[in-house]
Design a protein around this ligand. Sequence first.
Ligand SMILES: [Fe+2]
Length: 303
Amino acid sequence: MDTPWKHYKADVDSADIYAFLEPVTSTWQYIIVDPNTREAAVIDPVLDYDPASGTLSTIAAGILLKFIKEKELNVVRILETHAHADHLTASQYIKQMLGGKAPICIGERIKQLQGHFAPVYGLEPRDFVKSFDIFLKDEEEFSLSSNITGKVIHLPGHTPDHIGYMVGKAVFTGDSIFMPDLGSARADFPGGNAKDLFASMTRLLSLPQDYQLFVGHDYPVGRQHDCMATVGVHQTKNKHGKFGTTESQFIQFREARDKVLGAPRLLHPSLQVNIRAGKLPPASNGRVWLKTPTKLTNPNIPL
Ligand SMILES: [Fe+2]
């Protein structure tokens, strides 16, 4: 890529889509722009985290902010597809750097995950205050500008709260589907399951063939990173869900595959930050502590 982004059209009132790759976690971040009004939405921005040195940084988010500044965009929404388990969200940071007005949005089922993980990370109800601003319902429509409307589609399976965003013929699918040669994401996180993921992929593959499915990650082998394939291409080529795949075939494959996958490298830092929209624990003397829940396999290990 000559620029740090790839450009697409959403085929609705000329909405522009800019895709930015965060290379360390292979995450695709998106900015949707109404070129007439310069109103924009940011989807799934990344906060850089190096677990070995315990360092948070804002390289990826800085690239998005520079783009927003140079294009003189007015970001009206920050959209999360789900509580990511493999990278930290920069939503809170982006919101703050843009003046604190753009609401951070996520599917309403995030509350299930917050309830599940709060005791895991020792979080209290007060810790969730001022995290997400808007909890979106299934099929809810919202305006990105006076010309452009977004629509929420519930796409569970990878996680139970997972939603996608449809803007014209563009669908931001998060981790509900991967590029055709990779097929699908894992479905073994709490509340996720292969049956729901198959139903979500089937829903996506039932859209008109020229609809564009934008993915949340890409892990290419023997090709460049890519972020979009049409529904028509997925129907014939998706490695795990192309037309003709049965639900039982998919479930059998997905569950067997997930059994041998290790936990994501950034699982614990990600979840405890992402269920709070990127809000960090309280700092003391400029330091922040993230927690690692630890199982004791021998009861004689002294506490
Ligand atoms: Fe994910």
